[in-house]
Structure formats: structure tokens, C-alpha cells
Ligand binder design. Structure first.
Ligand SMILES: Cc1cc2nc3c(=O)[nH]c(=O)nc-3n(C[C@H](O)[C@H](O)[C@H](O)COP(=O)(O)OP(=O)(O)OC[C@H]3O[C@@H](n4cnc5c(N)ncnc54)[C@H](O)[C@@H]3O)c2cc1C
Length: 423
């Protein structure tokens, strides 16, 4: 695969087109620019209006465990029967989703989980320092804080099953401590007494506003001469196995290299570069509450509710859940509404009035790993999408790895687990 990097490295300073102005595209553009390339960011919507707009803002460096873990198949009937459950599947979408779902279930086998967690560990390493560098240069370092995060469990059985996953995290070098209910309430007095216990991850950081992080980095890109164009990309003009130009509904934009970072919509573009990937989406919802009536010092996560509660500059965000339903169906806003109920179960004094609601499309491969590497049939194209639950966390790190690929520098980690051709 990486023999292609020799083509990518031809010439030192080039014009690189980056499709997608989500956090992945913006971080790629900034890292490429730091290497001396001229960059053009292309998106059909205004800057960062995709999944990167409303995520839960957590730099979840403890997330070395894939979404599919042993026994998850037992949840499939519940997924189908409860449209408001933390993990749900739209019936109408089942026929289209079945191949993805089968791969997802296959990725939950213990040996697969072990392999995937090693790949995640390698990718997550350095995620926070990589951001700090980019944000410092964008005068926005204060948008990132490290106060750890708490995983709260209401049921003793959930806590017991997550202890097993915590063991895997510890084996991957993640710092994690078990907390009693009293300790949890000492750290976060707004939490209910009605808990079984929790886990604390002291090294986890969060952003005070994920969209502002993206805008600060994009502003730096533009200040350095990078362009941001509003276009709908429909394909690529190819010659001799290389991309000559990005084709949009309006025009054709010449480039020396291209990065596809189009989030949940990258599948079609990857196909046009010669590779089929089983990319789908895990839709997620949020409520952002401007005056929640409670104060949190750090994010609190509930696996049982599939929900993160993150203190942001603009209020408290209750975000998460997974709805397997594709990119076309309308949002089911009841899913956002139940976040308020679940939030009140964790924080009895929570005031959810005036909450704004949002839905976003996590770009997800069934094995919880992104596609990150050269396009196998287009010598000057790099694919960088499918970061699932970890797109914010992995933005800066991905940008750096993409810049390495374009420069032809050896990557500091083995990129084979992220190859588009692995399926
Ligand atoms: C509820 C929720 C909570 C989350 N919480 C977290 C969290 O706490 N931590 C974390 O790390 N991650 C979290 N995530 C995941 C994270 O938000 C995503 O992984 C990440 O935003 C993906 O970034 P992206 O740049 O790949 O995609 P996006 O932000 O979706 O950007 C893709 C862009 O490509 C553009 N595009 C697509 N096709 C074309 C085309 N043909 N032409 C032009 N433009 C195109 C789109 O318009 C879009 O702007 C969460 C996600 C959700 C939904």
C-alpha cells in the first residue's frame, strides 16, 4: 500500500484539495499547510456543519474498546424493538444495513476486539498533544481543558460488565480508577445518589465548544492563505491513475493531490477513486441547555443511557445515543427528547428548558476503525474518514498522519489496520 506514498511525495509544495470541512478535513488542511502546501477546503455546506458541529466535545483518549464488544448480538432484538433505546435500528433500514451489521457483529469477537483495541491505542496516542499544538498556533489553546471524565452506572450489573472493559483499557495503558458513589458526588455534587458506582478517567480532556475549535483552526488555515470553497463534489477527473481535478456541480478544480474527508458521505467519493468501503452512519442526537441549573466540572458519561453530559462554554450538552438509520431518513426528535429524561435521572435538579436540539451523522465503519491511508487506485489521493465516535478526538492526529502520507514520510504507526482495502 505505502508504495503509493512515493507518488504522493513527488514535489515538495503542492496544491492539495481537501473535501469536507468537518474537524477531520480542517485538521488535515492545517497540517498540510504547516508542511508548506497550498490547501483548498471544499464543502457543500458552511464550515463544520456536519457531525463535527454538535458532538459531545470529549477527547475520549480512553476509548480503546470498539463499539461492538462480545455479547452485543444479544442487544439486536432490543435495538429493533425500542426506537428510543440508547442503541436502536430503524426497521426500514435493516435490508440496507445487514452487510454492515454482520461485519459489526463479527468485529465483536474477542480476538477481533483485542486486535482493534491495539490499533485504536496506536491512533489515540498523541491525540491531545497534537491538538494542543494546532490550537496554540490558532490562539485557541484555552478551548481545551483536561479535567478527566466520569462513567456513571445506575445498575450494579452494568458496573460489573464495564469492569471487564476497564481491564482491557488498563492493558492498553489507560489510567482508570473505580469510584464509590460518595466519591463521585464529591467530585460532581449534582449527581444523583441513585447510582451503583463509577469509573474515573483522569487523563481525558474536553473542548469547551467543538465547533469553535473547528472554526479557530479553519480561521488559521485561511489566515495562512488557505481557501474555503462552497461546492458539492461529485467526482474526480483522473489521468494515468492520478487525480487531476476535483469535479463539482459547478466547476472543475485542479489539484496536485486530494484528501477525501467527507465524513458519513465519503463512501461514494471513495468508490469514484476505485475502492468500495462499508461505510455507514451511527446517527446521534444532542440537547444543549443554556441554563441547566446545575454545574459540572467535567463530562459525565452513562453507558446505560448511551449519553455524555458535557459542560460547555454555552451550557450543558446531553449528547449521544446510536441510531442505525442511514443518511436520508428524517431525525426522530423523540430520541433527543429522551435525553432530557435520562439527564434528569442522573442529575435530579437539571432544568432542561430552552434546550436546542440537533442530530448528526457519525461516519462509521463496522470495526470502529477509520479509513486512513492512500487510495489504492489513485496515486495522489488520501482517504481520511469513518472516525465514528472518535472524530473529534482523532482530528489533529489524523491531520498529522495525512500530512505524513502526502509528504511521503514514514508514518509513526502501522497504518495497515486502517487500510480501505481491509474489508
Ligand atoms: C451525538 C454525537 C456525539 C459525539 N461525541 C463525540 C465526542 O465526544 N468525541 C469525539 O471524538 N467524537 C464524537 N462524535 C463523533 C464526531 O463528531 C465525528 O466522528 C466527527 O465529527 C466526524 O468528522 P468528519 O470531519 O469526518 O465529518 P463531518 O463533520 O460530518 O464533516 C464532513 C463534511 O463533508 C461534507 N461533504 C460530504 N460530502 C460532500 C461532497 N460530496 N461535497 C462537498 N462536501 C461534502 C459535509 O457537508 C460535511 O461538512 C460524536 C458524534 C455525534 C453525532
Amino acid at each position: 500500500m505505502l508504495t503509493q506514498a512515493s507518488d504522493l511525495s513527488a514535489g515538495s509544495s503542492r496544491h492539495v484539495a481537501v473535501v469536507g470541512t468537518g474537524i477531520i478535513g480542517v485538521c488535515c488542511a492545517r497540517s498540510l499547510q504547516r508542511d508548506g502546501h497550498r490547501v483548498t477546503l471544499i464543502d457543500r455546506t458552511p464550515l463544520g456543519q456536519g457531525a463535527s458541529f454538535g458532538n459531545s466535545a470529549v477527547l475520549a483518549t480512553e476509548s480503546v474498546v470498539p463499539v461492538a464488544t462480545p455479547g452485543i448480538w444479544r442487544q439486536v432484538p432490543k435495538m429493533l424493538l425500542d426506537p428510543l433505546g440508547p442503541l436502536s435500528l430503524r426497521w426500514q433500514y435493516l435490508p440496507q444495513l445487514t452487510p454492515w451489521l454482520l461485519r459489526f457483529l463479527a468485529a465483536s469477537r474477542p480476538e477481533a476486539v483485542e486486535r482493534i483495541s491495539l490499533a485504536l491505542q496506536a491512533l489515540l496516542d498523541d491525540a491531545v498533544p497534537a491538538y494542543r499544538l494546532l490550537l496554540k498556533e490558532a490562539d485557541a489553546e484555552d478551548l481545551l481543558v483536561r479535567r478527566g471524565w466520569i462513567a456513571a452506572y445506575t445498575e450494579p450489573s452494568s458496573l460489573r460488565s464495564y469492569r471487564r472493559l476497564a481491564d482491557l483499557q488498563r492493558r492498553r495503558g489507560v489510567e482508570v480508577a473505580e469510584l464509590s458513589v460518595a466519591e463521585m458526588r464529591q467530585m460532581e455534587p449534582a449527581l444523583t445518589k441513585d447510582l451503583a458506582g463509577g469509573l474515573y478517567y483522569p487523563q481525558v480532556a474536553h473542548a469547551l465548544d467543538p465547533h469553535r475549535v473547528l472554526l479557530a483552526l479553519a480561521e488559521r488555515v485561511q489566515r495562512e492563505g488557505g481557501q474555503v470553497l462552497r461546492r458539492d463534489v461529485v467526482g474526480f477527473r483522473m489521468a494515468e491513475g492520478r487525480v487531476q481535478a476535483v469535479e463539482t456541480t459547478e466547476d472543475s478544480l485542479d489539484c496536485d493531490a486530494v484528501v477525501v474527508a467527507a465524513g458519513a458521505w465519503s463512501k461514494e467519493l471513495a468508490k469514484r477513486l476505485g475502492v468500495k468501503v462499508p461505510l455507514d452512519t451511527e446517527r446521534g442526537y444532542h440537547l444543549t441547555i443554556p441554563a441547566p441549573g446545575i454545574a459540572l466540572s467535567r463530562p459525565v458519561y452513562s453507558t446505560e443511557f448511551g449519553m455524555a453530559c458535557t459542560p460547555l462554554a454555552s451550557g450543558l450538552r446531553l449528547g449521544g445515543t446510536v441510531e442505525l438509520g442511514g443518511t436520508v431518513a428524517e431525525p426522530n426528535w423523540k430520541r433527543a427528547q429522551v435525553l432530557a429524561e435520562r439527564g434528569r435521572r442522573l442529575f435530579p435538579d437539571l432544568d432542561t428548558r430552552d434546550a436546542s436540539r440537533w442530530m448528526g451523522f457519525r461516519p462509521s465503519l463496522p470495526d470502529s476503525l477509520p479509513v486512513l491511508g492512500p487510495a489504492p487506485r489513485a496515486a495522489n489521493a488520501v482517504l481520511a474518514f469513518g472516525h465514528g465516535h472518535l472524530g473529534l478526538t482523532l482530528g489533529a492526529r489524523t491531520g498529522r498522519l495525512v500530512a505524513d502520507l502526502v509528504a511521503g514520510r514514514p508514518a509513526p504507526i502501522d497504518l495497515a489496520p486502517f487500510a480501505a482495502t481491509r474489508f
